[in-house]
Every structure is written in C-alpha cells, then in structure tokens.
Ligand binder design. Structure first.
Ligand code: FES
Ligand code: ZN
Length: 294
C-alpha cells in the first residue's frame, strides 16, 4: 500500500500507477501543454524524475525523444548516461547525447572552479541553454522537463523569500515559445511529489541514478526542500497548497513581462543582452583552462 497523505489516500500498485498517470494527464490538459501531433523532446538525466516522466508520457501514448547532457561530473554523469541509454534501448526510444566537454570544451566542475561560481548556477544556466538549443535545432515543438512538485515548491519558496519578482513572473507550468528560437517549455510532473516519482520508478522496474549530484550537496534548493518537508510532516498538503495557491491566485500579480530578445553576438541564440550567459561562462572557462595548460 502506498500512502499519499496530501490526498488522504492509499493505493495498491496498479492504482498508484493509474493515479500518477491521471495526475500527469490532468496537468498536460489543464495547462494546454501540448497536442498529440506536436514533436516532444525530454531533458533526461538518468534520475528518477526524468525517467519516470519518460515512462509516464510513453504509457499515455505520446512519442517523446530524449536528450541527455553529459556535464562531465565524474561517475555521476557516466552512470546517468548509462542508465538513460539502457532505459531508451529497452523501450526503443531515441536518445541524443550532448557532451559539454567535446562540444564546448569544458565541464561543470571546471566552470565552477575556474569562475568561482556556485556549481548549480553554472549547471542550471548551461542546462537551460543546451536543452533549448538542442530542441530548437532538431525542430521540436516542445521541450519537456522533469521538474516535480518539490522542485517547483522549493524554487517558489526561494523566490518569495527574496521577492524575486522577475523570477516569480516566469514561474509557470508552461513557458511559451518566443521569437528568435525559444522553444515552449513544459513541466508535466508539477502535481507529482519527489517520493512519488521514486515510488513510480520502483514499481515500474525502472533503474535510475540513486546518487544525488555530488556538486549539489548542501545547495540552497535542497535546503528549502528540507524545510518544506518538515512543514509537510506537520501539515500534509501544505506544499501543494503553497505551489498551487500561487499558480491559481498569486501568479496573476506577477504578470510575465518578457524582455525583448536579441541574437547573441557569439552563438546567435536569443538573449536579452549582447552576449548570452552561456557564451560568457564558456568564454571565461575555456580561456582559463587554456591559460592553465599553457
Ligand atoms: Fe547540475 Fe549537479 S546536476 S550541479
Ligand atoms: Zn551565446
């Protein structure tokens, strides 16, 4: 029996799986994420969320391709790639691999060390850039990401604690297509908590990367997740109320005000400034790598 306290419900194996499928199907339709004929690509890490989501969408009848970003984070990256490849080949799904080292000349640990940036921030901006670039270049209509309820609630908490109004305006289940090459980005796992994606993956026999990213230990989002979990223990359902209350009643106070996008002077991809943040990160990191080996 799997209990979901915020729904005040317990499920057997098959009803739990159905419940998760229903939650995702409802999220896709409530937020008009995509239509049956659109081309979908999913950002895959080898972790429970992305592999569970790939399975759920496939079970719901969608054809979804995957893209794996090799970020050069030691065994964590190689295990993630191995598990993603195995998942895709067992189900005859297409997986494209983008290697940050081979294609751009640096890894996330190098970028973090050589620019004194927090690893997760260098990683986050690289992922956003590379996933969008891959989706746009391969002609997909929609980029699907595996952010779950816990991820979104923790990001919301961080944005509220600092009143990051620009980020609050962008915290939506669907980020629409924009001229110049921004592909629509959607989050179908919004209604599924982290422990539920793990339970789903186990029940479906999915082997996923269990280790957390070593670069993310102690990061702020993980701390917010712990705080929210403590509140959730005392008041089941509070995390979902916080997130869905914001989306239903709070988000309207933070209307999106998308900046005018220009073409990056280096790579040509859309950016609000002259050079996009990925090209700036890449330039500094690659330069410092070259200096060190000179
Ligand atoms: Fe991005 Fe770990 S996966 S810092
Ligand atoms: Zn650029």
């Amino acid at each position: 029996m799997i209990s979901v306290r915020r729904h005040n419900a317990g499920f057997c194996r098959s009803h739990f799986i159905e419940h998760i499928h229903r939650q995702v199907a409802r999220t896709i339709s409530d937020h008009h994420m995509f239509d049956a004929g659109e081309r979908l690509v999913l950002g895959v890490s080898g972790g429970k969320d992305s592999l569970a989501l790939w399975e759920i969408l496939t079970q719901l009848g969608y054809r979804v391709d995957g893209v794996y970003l090799h970020l050069g984070i030691g065994e964590y990256s190689s295990d993630g790639l191995r598990l993603s490849r195995r998942f895709a080949s067992e189900r005859d799904l297409s997986l494209r691999v983008i290697d940050l080292g081979t294609e751009h000349g640096f890894s996330i640990p190098e970028a973090a060390r050589l620019t004194s940036r927090v690893a997760c921030s260098a990683c986050g901006l690289s992922k956003r850039y590379l996933l969008n670039e891959a989706a746009a270049e391969m002609g997909y209509d929609v980029l699907v990401v595996g952010h779950n309820l816990d991820d979104e609630a923790a990001v919301l908490l961080g944005n509220v604690l600092r009143w990051e109004v620009d980020y609050l305006a962008r915290q939506r289940p669907v980020l629409p297509t924009a001229d110049g090459g921004l592909v629509r980005k959607v989050k179908p796992l919004l209604r599924v908590a982290e422990r539920e994606t793990a339970a789903y993956a186990v029940l479906r026999g999915i082997q996923y990367e269990i280790e957390e990213c070593p670069m993310a230990a102690g990061n702020t989002i993980n701390r917010y997740k712990e705080w929210l979990n403590r509140l959730e223990e005392q008041s089941p359902g509070l995390k979902a109320q916080f997130l869905f209350g914001f989306l239903d009643r709070g988000a309207a106070y933070f209307p999106p005000d998308p900046p005018e996008l220009l073409a990056c002077g280096e790579c040509g991809r859309p950016t609000p400034g002259e050079t996009c943040s990925f090209c700036r990160l890449k330039k500094v990191t690659v330069l410092r790598i070259a200096r060190r080996s000179a």
